[in-house]
Design a protein around this ligand. Structure first.
Ligand code: ACO
Length: 373
């Protein structure tokens, strides 16, 4: 008989990985051994994606080559391009992304291979295409044209330019780039686990990423950042403490708080809080930052919970001019670098992921013909 399951697989070690590591008690996060505090604000998202997908921080030549691969790889295929308008009309952003990534698999020149070199090329293409898919989707639903990405600009700068329609300030680009670095990988989170389960059947990279996007969409995972913004918008700036107390007293969860692994402050939240404050000061409207700070104090006082990565990401994205329903797609733009690296890692040393279950249903049922039921 199987052992009692651990509900939600809490504390179960489900895979070995060299990609990222968390010390939940100390509130520390590492990508391939580098402390997130050393990477945030110093490494670019492109360097971070290279670190995850190719195993090392790139030198100048490697970064140049990887950058060119990203520029070449972001060209969207015919099938995906043709379907953006109709998908934009019928699907919400994360549903659309799931559909569009699935279609882009059909366009991919390496679609029939899971060999390491094909997987690396697909990882770069998926990373390059994700921001463009979000920007094209957003433009299509607004009946607008999207400016072509500028090969001289970073992923962060191009995305802000394409989605907001204005040239972002240099500091805005730096802040958004840091957000992408902070969200890039996070051990065996639900969407990464979903990607690895799919990849472990020797299915292909795009199938695994579709599984991951569907999993990130949920409000207990990546969908929380959008819910945080909706909470901020739904309560009065002068009634924050009361609104939060009422929600908690009613047994509601406050989105953006709590974490399965961190028992102290999420190190990513430290950077995001600081960036939210900076943007609040520079825009001259600190309402959402102040409300967030107050929410944080009340939730800690009542539940002892800390903000997670999604909490201050909401006000940061808001201040950067990103539409609220694109917050979770933005998460996927960054996490694509980690998901694809995990698929590469899974395929490199694979075994089918197939856990056991505890049976809790009826036993020894007697068959009855349909007329007797
Ligand atoms: N607000 C209020 N109470 C909470 C919250 C919250 N955000 N999070 C946890 N709790 C409470 C639960 O109600 C539960 O209380 P109980 O023991 O009295 O029933 C206790 O803390 C444990 O919570 P669980 O949901 O069992 O913890 P778990 O480890 O399964 O879940 C999770 C972690 C999903 C992140 C949870 O904290 C949550 O739902 N947070 C809100 C959603 C969120 O912000 N998700 C993003 C997470 S980060 C990411 O995925 C990128």
């Amino acid at each position: 008989m199987a052992d009692k399951p651990t509900k939600g697989l809490a504390d179960v070690v489900a895979a070995s990985t060299a990609l990222s590591d968390i010390d939940g008690k100390a509130g520390r996060l590492f990508y391939r051994g580098y402390d997130i505090h050393d990477l945030a604000g110093r490494a670019t998202f492109e360097e971070t994606a290279h670190l995850l997908q190719c195993g090392k921080l790139p030198n100048r030549d490697e970064l140049e080559r990887y950058g060119q691969e990203l520029v070449r790889g972001r060209e969207l295929g015919a099938l995906v391009s043709a379907n953006i308008p109709e998908i934009a009309e019928k699907q919400k952003p994360m549903e659309a992304l799931r559909s569009l990534v699935s279609l882009s698999g059909a366009d991919d020149p390496d679609k029939d291979s899971i060999a390491p070199d094909a997987n690396h090329r697909k990882a770069a293409r998926l990373t390059a295409q994700q921001p463009l898919l979000v920007a094209r989707y957003h433009a299509a639903r607004n009946g607008a044209e999207v400016p072509e990405p500028d090969p001289a600009l970073s992923i962060a700068a191009n995305f802000l330019l394409q989605v907001t329609g204005r040239t972002p300030a240099q500091r805005e680009v730096e802040i958004f780039d840091t957000c992408l670095v902070l969200h890039a990988d996070h051990t065996m989170n639900a969407s990464t686990f979903a990607a690895r389960v799919c990849a472990a059947t020797l299915s292909d990279m795009h199938s695994a990423i579709v599984a991951a996007i569907g999993t990130l969409k949920g409000p207990l995972h990546g969908g929380a950042n959008e819910q945080v913004m909706k909470t901020l918008e739904s309560i009065s700036p002068t009634g924050v403490a009361q609104a939060v107390r009422e929600k908690l007293d009613a047994g509601e969860k406050i989105m953006g708080f709590g974490h399965r692994v961190y028992k102290t402050e999420d190190p990513r939240a430290t950077h995001l809080r600081r960036m939210s404050q900076e943007l609040a000061e520079s825009t001259g409207d600190d309402t959402y930052y102040r409300m967030s700070k107050e929410m944080e104090e009340v939730v800690f006082e009542m539940k002892g919970l800390y903000p997670n990565v999604d909490f201050y990401a909401a006000s940061v994205y808001h201040y950067l001019g990103i539409p609220t329903d694109l917050f979770t797609p933005v998460f996927s733009i960054s996490r694509m670098s980690g998901w694809t690296a995990h698929v590469i890692e899974q395929h490199a040393d694979n075994r089918l992921i197939r856990p056991d279950s505890e049976y809790i249903g009826e036993r020894d049922q007697k068959w009855k013909p349909i007329e007797e039921r």
